[in-house]
Design a protein around this ligand. Sequence first.
Ligand SMILES: O=C1O[C@H](COP(=O)(O)O)[C@@H](O)[C@H](O)[C@H]1O
Length: 272
Amino acid sequence: MSADPRVSIHPDSEVLMAAIAARLITKLVDLQDTHGEATIVLTGGSMGIGSLKAVADSPASRAVDWSKVNFWWGDERFVGSDEADRNARQAHEALLAHIPVDPARVHVPGSSDEFATPEDAAADYARQLNEAAAAEHAADMSDDRPERPGNLPRLDIVLLGVGPDAHVASLFPEQAGIRETDLAVVGVRHSPKPPPLRVSLTLPTINTAAEVWIVVAGEDKAGAVGLALAGANPVQVPAAGPRGRSKTLWLIDANAASRVPEQLVRKAPSGA
Ligand SMILES: O=C1O[C@H](COP(=O)(O)O)[C@@H](O)[C@H](O)[C@H]1O
């Protein structure tokens, strides 16, 4: 069963990034208290990377055992591994370089240095996900976290940014990636936002996550956010598609919220 979206609106992007960081740290600590480890899927983009920087800047981040966090990416740019465009490089600079991660738990999609095509890198990433799922099943058959398909590992939290065109991960409106239902990971060509070649988890893969957090700031995203929350078709508005199994949380700033349907906005109690 997937969860209806909940929307939490913060005054501006600075407050939003701090709030996302605080939620993330708390969630990771809770998951580790209960299960010993946690798995997060990172996103690129302004809010995704800004929030990681806010995590790094928070003294509370030391409450997380970062050596027991598994990192995956929702999408990656298919360019050289050292290119500034790489989501993983930006995440490394913002957070991973400042915390004691276990390199064996950091799963970055392949680059154009390693693979000839984005489709090859996507197939390799799907294989890595399969391997992680098999290792999880072998380690603990009694896991009580939300049900997941056999060929994917448990994904506790998927973070997603949203582009002004309503893309999430590297799933763009009307393109093949957003229509994909068989593959876990796709190679993307002709991304309208540079660089054109990318690798992306598909919507069915994203929607195996226990929780999906969609993080968005800025007036230029208000139309996309409004359409997504009004229940548009994900083929035209990819941001309408992601749904966590137990939670779908939109964490947005006031500018991005200006076209959110009235009934989804939580109002402060009158007289408060
Ligand atoms: O290209 C990408 O864009 C989106 C949104 O980025 P933003 O800078 O407009 O916030 C991001 O979520 C995705 O991971 C990234 O590859």
